[in-house]
Design a protein around this ligand. Structure first.
Ligand SMILES: Cc1cc2nc3c(=O)[nH]c(=O)nc-3n(C[C@H](O)[C@H](O)[C@H](O)COP(=O)(O)OP(=O)(O)OC[C@H]3O[C@@H](n4cnc5c(N)ncnc54)[C@H](O)[C@@H]3O)c2cc1C
Length: 360
C-alpha cells in the first residue's frame, strides 16, 4: 500500500482501546507524548461485553465493564490523548516513520507504535450466544466463575484451555460438564488426566451446543445439545440437504438419523475453544508472531517486540493470563518502554541506522 507522506508524524500511536490501550494512553499522555489512539472495530474492547467486573483493584463493589472503559478513556483524554475511529488494515514497518494504513483509506505515521489489539475469543456459533454473552455465557472462567456459585455449568471444548476452565469452575459450581464434539480430548495428557480424574467434572462426548436459552434478565436457563455416536453432530446437521433455518431442524434430525437432541437445565456456559490474537496486519512485517498468532516480546520484563520501536501490550501478547488488570499493567509498561525508546538516537534514524547502532 502507498503511504501518505503528508500525514503528520506522531511520537506514538496506540492501536486499540481495550484496557491495555487505555492504560498505555494514560501513561503516554501524562508523559506529554500526545498519543493518537485508534479505536478499531470494537471501541472499548472485550470488557464492553461484560456486566460486572469484580476483580479489578480499587472497586470493592465491582464495576461495570463499560463504566471501567469509559472512565479510562476520560482519564486518558484529560491528559491529552486523542482518540479516533480507525482500524489498521496493513502496516509498513520496514522504514521510519512507521506507516499504518487504515481500512478507511487514511494513513497514520508514527515514530513508536504500541499494539494493544487484544485477542478475540472463538465463539461456537450456537443460537442465542450473541444475546447472552456476558449474561451467563462467558469466555473466561477466571473472570466470571464466581458468579456461578451453586450452578450447574457447561464448558465447551476439548483442549487445554477447556480443561483449565473446567477445573477452575469446580471451586464454585455444583457440577461442571465438559461438552466435546469428539470422543477423546485434544488436551495434553496431563491436563486431560487431571480433568478426567476430578470428581466434579463429567463429560458429554460426541456432543455440541446447538442453542442457548434464557434472556438478559434471567441469564442462561438451559441449553439444547445435539449428539451423534460418530461425533461432530453439527457438521452432520449442516451437511443435511434440506433447508437450514431453525424450523427445518426437526426434519433434519430425522433425516440424518442418529442425531439426538436434549435439553439441559444449566445456569452458565463457558467457551474454552481458544482465542485468536488480532495480528493480521502484522503478518509479513519484522514483528515476530508465535504459532498462536500472539506477538512475541523480548525475554525479560519488557513489552519490546522483535522490531525496535514497536511495543505490545495486553491479550495480544499474553496467551496465559488474559485479565483486565494484567492488560492494564502491560499497557503502562508499553508506554514507559516507548517513552524510553523515543529518547534514544535510534528513534529518529532509519531502520538501517538503528541496526548499525545495535551492531556496535
Ligand atoms: C465476556 C468477558 C468477560 C470478561 N470479564 C473479565 C473480568 O471480569 N475481569 C478481568 O480481569 N477480565 C475479564 N475479561 C478479560 C478482559 O476483558 C481482557 O483480558 C481484556 O479486555 C484485554 O484487554 P486488551 O486491551 O488487551 O484487549 P481488548 O479488550 O480485546 O481490546 C482490543 C482493542 O483493539 C482494537 N483492535 C483490534 N484490532 C484492531 C485493528 N486492526 N486496528 C485497530 N484497533 C484494533 C479493538 O477495537 C479493541 O478496542 C473478560 C472478557 C470477556 C470476553
Amino acid at each position: 500500500m502507498n503511504g501518505d507522506s503528508n500525514a503528520p508524524v506522531r511520537d506514538v500511536v496506540i492501536v486499540g482501546t481495550g484496557v491495555a490501550g487505555l492504560s498505555a494512553a494514560v501513561y503516554a499522555a501524562r508523559a506529554d507524548l500526545e498519543p493518537l489512539v485508534l479505536e478499531g472495530p470494537e471501541p472499548g474492547g472485550q470488557l464492553t461485553l461484560t456486566t460486572d467486573v469484580e476483580n479489578f483493584l480499587g472497586f470493592p463493589e465491582g464495576v461495570g465493564g463499560m463504566e471501567l472503559i469509559q472512565r479510562g478513556k476520560e482519564q486518558a483524554s484529560r491528559f491529552g490523548a486523542e482518540f479516533v475511529h480507525g482500524t489498521v488494515a496493513d502496516a509498513t514497518l520496514d522504514d521510519r516513520p512507521f506507516e499504518l494504513h487504515l481500512s478507511n483509506g487514511e494513513t497514520r505515521r508514527t515514530r513508536a507504535l504500541i499494539v494493544a489489539t487484544g485477542a478475540s475469543a472463538r465463539w461456537v456459533g450456537a443460537e442465542g450466544e450473541a444475546d447472552l454473552m456476558g449474561y451467563g455465557v462467558s469466555t473466561c472462567a477466571t473472570c466470571d466463575g464466581a458468579f456461578h456459585r451453586g450452578d450447574d455449568v457447561l464448558v465447551i471444548g476439548g483442549g487445554d484451555s477447556a480443561m483449565e476452565e473446567a477445573l477452575f469452575l469446580t471451586k464454585f459450581a455444583d457440577s461442571v460438564t465438559v461438552v466435546h464434539r469428539r470422543d477423546e480430548l485434544r488436551a495434553s495428557e496431563v491436563m486431560a488426566k487431571r480433568a478426567r480424574g476430578h470428581d466434579g467434572v463429567s463429560f458429554r462426548w460426541n456432543s455440541e451446543l446447538l442453542e442457548i436459552h434464557g434472556s438478559k434478565d434471567e441469564g442462561v436457563t438451559g441449553v439444547t445439545l445435539i449428539s451423534h455416536p460418530d461425533g461432530y453432530p453439527r457438521q452432520k446437521l449442516e451437511a443435511s440437504p434440506t433447508g437450514d433455518g431453525p424450523a427445518d431442524r426437526a426434519a433434519k434430525t430425522r433425516e440424518t438419523g442418529g442425531i439426538e437432541r436434549e435439553f439441559l437445565d444449566v445456569g452458565g456456559i463457558f467457551y474454552g475453544v481458544g482465542h485468536v490474537p488480532n495480528t493480521d496486519f502484522l503478518e509479513g512485517t519484522a514483528v515476530e508472531l508465535a504459532d498462536t498468532g500472539h506477538i512475541e516480546t523480548q525475554a525479560g520484563m519488557t513489552t519490546e517486540t522483535t522490531l525496535d520501536g514497536v511495543f505490545a501490550a495486553g491479550d495480544v501478547m499474553d496467551p496465559d493470563y488474559r485479565q483486565a488488570i494484567t492488560s492494564a499493567g502491560t499497557g503502562s509498561m508499553a508506554a514507559l518502554d516507548a517513552e524510553d525508546w523515543l529518547e534514544q538516537p535510534a528513534a529518529s534514524g532509519s531502520i538501517a541506522a538503528s541496526e548499525a547502532i545495535a551492531d556496535d
